[in-house]
Design a binder for this molecule. Structure first.
Ligand code: SAM
Length: 333
């Protein structure tokens, strides 16, 4: 194996297609497995992550290892792969052997949602949040249901600067169903703009890098796939507890086609609604006769802050959820 600057050449290996055949790695529908076989596409995904030379890269869901190979070729310092399906262990171990002394490939079998990043990255020096991004990357082509759920969990960790973000502004390069990728980056007025768009844009700079046609996967999924990068913002647009922000946005988009006050007024119990809903919009300086997808990310941030002020004045609002039946208290008898 020879290592030129920024490139690590692997010894000849069986193709991913051969490995799939050799180890009878039939794609499991219950894990939504769709494999990428084209090196040009896996290289392009890794290029979307930027310069990873000398970085510690965590790949989620490596499967038989096609993206892993592209990552390794970029000569990072270390690669950690987290894979749920143990059937891929032999193909990943083969890759580990091929890396030899040149690069540490750490294989973790398990669910990415339970992976302890603080431990995995313990050798990496922590960067200041306002500094450059740390030499860390998260890259993954995960099943769609996992990646959407994961991004919400990871945004919470970004907001709390915990887990992989205890080390600084660790960037993410992830695949999503194309429609979800479009939602993540949807700007004001876009028909796809939704709660997910605003959540992602509150905490990250988001880019839809390119689309991979469904036919590039084996087996072919019903949809095309979008590659998205999310880089945590030095100054998030909102600095309030994640749960509060999530609650405000859930109410905002509850009735997409109605003016935003229709959904947001449900943040308040009936008896306080007439007083507090107009106050919310007044404090936020937002026109309540706009549909939620017409509001800018900054306007949503002001609504969150206004709700926080109202929660300070009426602490009972914190626990209020209009979907739950009203608690019967002694005074009601
Ligand atoms: N990266 C490979 C590729 O691009 O060809 C495989 C992609 S396949 C869409 C998704 C991979 O994620 C599968 O290997 C699957 O077993 C794995 N996976 C699914 N859920 C996971 C989870 N919760 N944690 C870790 N890996 C998971």
């Amino acid at each position: 194996m020879s290592a030129a600057t920024h490139v690590l050449r692997l010894p000849p290996l069986p193709t991913i297609k051969d490995l799939i055949r050799l180890y009878k790695l039939r794609a499991l529908r219950q894990l939504s497995q769709n494999f990428l076989l084209d090196e040009r596409i896996t290289d392009k995904i890794v290029r979307a992550a930027g310069d990873i030379n000398d970085h510690v890269v965590c790949e989620v869901g490596p499967g038989p290892g096609s993206i892993t190979r592209s990552i390794i070729r970029k000569a990072p310092k270390k690669v950690i792969v987290v894979e749920k399906d143990p059937r891929f262990l032999p193909t990943l171990e083969l890759l580990q052997e091929a890396c030899g002394e040149n690069l540490e490939l750490q294989i973790e079998l398990g669910d990415i949602r339970e992976y302890n990043f603080e431990k995995g990255f313990e050798d990496v020096a922590k960067s200041d949040w306002h500094d450059y991004c740390p030499p860390l990357n998260l890259i993954g082509n995960l099943p769609f249901n996992v990646s959407t759920n994961l991004i919400i969990r990871w945004l919470k960790s970004v907001s709390e600067r915990k887990s992989a973000w205890a080390f600084g502004r660790t960037p993410m390069t992830l695949t999503f169903q194309k429609e979800v990728a479009e939602r993540i980056v949807a700007p004001v007025g876009h028909k796809q703009r939704c709660r997910l768009s605003v959540m992602c844009q509150f905490w990250c700079q988001v880019r839809h890098k390119f689309t991979i046609p469904g036919r590039a996967f084996l087996p072919k999924p019903d949809v095309d796939v979008g590659v998205v990068t999310l880089i945590p913002l030095k100054d998030p647009l909102v600095k309030l507890p994640f749960e509060m922000v999530e609650k405000v946005l859930r109410h905002s988009f509850n009735m997409r086609q109605k003016f935003c006050n229709r959904g947001l007024q449900c943040l308040f119990p009936i008896e306080l609604r007439d007083e507090l809903a107009p106050k919310l919009f007044h404090l936020a300086d937002v026109n309540h006769h706009l549909r939620p997808f017409m509001l800018s990310t900054e306007e949503f941030a002001r609504i969150c802050y206004a709700y926080n002020v109202l929660c300070g004045e009426h602490p009972e609002l914190h626990d209020y959820d209009h979907r739950l039946p009203k608690k019967v208290v002694a005074a009601d008898y």
